[in-house]
Design a protein around this ligand. Structure first.
Ligand code: FMN
Length: 245
């Protein structure tokens, strides 16, 4: 399949065959993950494949995505990771403060996200299905405990991958006019969402599973009606990221 078609036909898969991925496939996916760009070559990422059934079950419960985290070909946790840098700075007697500011934390989040999307696309190119699992952030402290994560690491999300049993239709994205411009940010253009709301309403009304009568504006108002995961900030700070400078 052409790369453009592969990218634009992406859908999250939440219903997998129980077939485990082969060791060769996992090796290839991990290699693809780490081939992505990396800010200043810091490679501030670690990927932990979760194999032990008890561990995978607990992470599935934490993420409230049990069905498709427990039953998929493989499950990976993506960790924003500056522990390596701290380790080598400390070994040289250098201060670690430069690793702990907001900029360094963002670098690790961006690197890790690029690696994950690389893995996702590599998996989809083989006909596998994927679903990111941000639900891990429901209880980061417990995830860190379960995976024995040291300071200067933050588990960002999981990625569950497997042979799809069922695939949803492609979800309509914002039209280009609502998120691209030339030379200047265009607030009026980016917030003129009436047409898109109708497209999304039509999609939700007519999708085969869980149809509902809503639009994008409403889903966003509902989603941001409450503060999401306020414990994340304290966890990130407890992991050693001061984020102040
Ligand atoms: C970082 C991230 C975290 C996500 N976490 C979850 C999750 O915990 N559970 C889930 O079912 N889907 C999760 N998703 C999938 C999104 O819901 C999905 O990408 C979005 O609804 C668009 O649908 P599509 O991927 O099928 O196009 C996550 C996606 C991203 C990028």
């Amino acid at each position: 399949m052409e790369v453009f078609d592969l990218l634009t036909q992406h859908v999250s898969v939440r219903d997998f065959e129980a077939t485990p991925l082969s060791a060769a496939t996992k090796q290839q996916l991990l290699t693809a993950a780490h081939a992505g760009s990396s800010s200043n070559f810091v490679q501030a990422t670690s990927i932990i494949e979760v194999q032990a059934p008890a561990l995978r079950n607990e992470l599935a419960e934490i993420s409230q995505s049990a069905a498709y985290v427990k039953k998929s070909g493989a499950f990976f946790v993506f960790v924003a990771d500056l522990y390596r840098q701290v380790h080598l700075l400390e070994a040289a007697g250098q201060p670690v403060a430069p690793v702990t500011n907001l900029e360094s934390f963002l670098v690790s989040v961006v690197d890790t996200t690029i690696a994950a999307e690389n893995m996702a696309v590599a998996a989809e190119a083989q006909g596998l299905g994927i679903c990111f699992i941000g639900g891990l952030r429901n209880d980061l402290a417990r995830v860190a405990e379960l995976l024995h994560l040291p300071k200067y690491t933050v588990p960002l999300f999981g990625l569950t991958i497997g042979v799809p049993r069922h695939k949803n239709g492609v979800k309509p994205r914002l039209p280009l006019a609502n998120f691209t411009a030339v030379d200047t940010y265009s607030a009026a253009q980016f917030t003129a969402l009436g047409d898109y709301d109708e497209v999304v309403r039509d999609y939700y009304l007519h999708r085969p599973s869980h149809p509902k009568d809503t639009d994008w504006t409403t889903t966003q108002r509902d989603f941001f009606a409450t503060l999401r995961r306020p414990a994340v900030a304290a966890f990130v700070k407890a992991q050693g990221f001061e984020l102040t400078r």
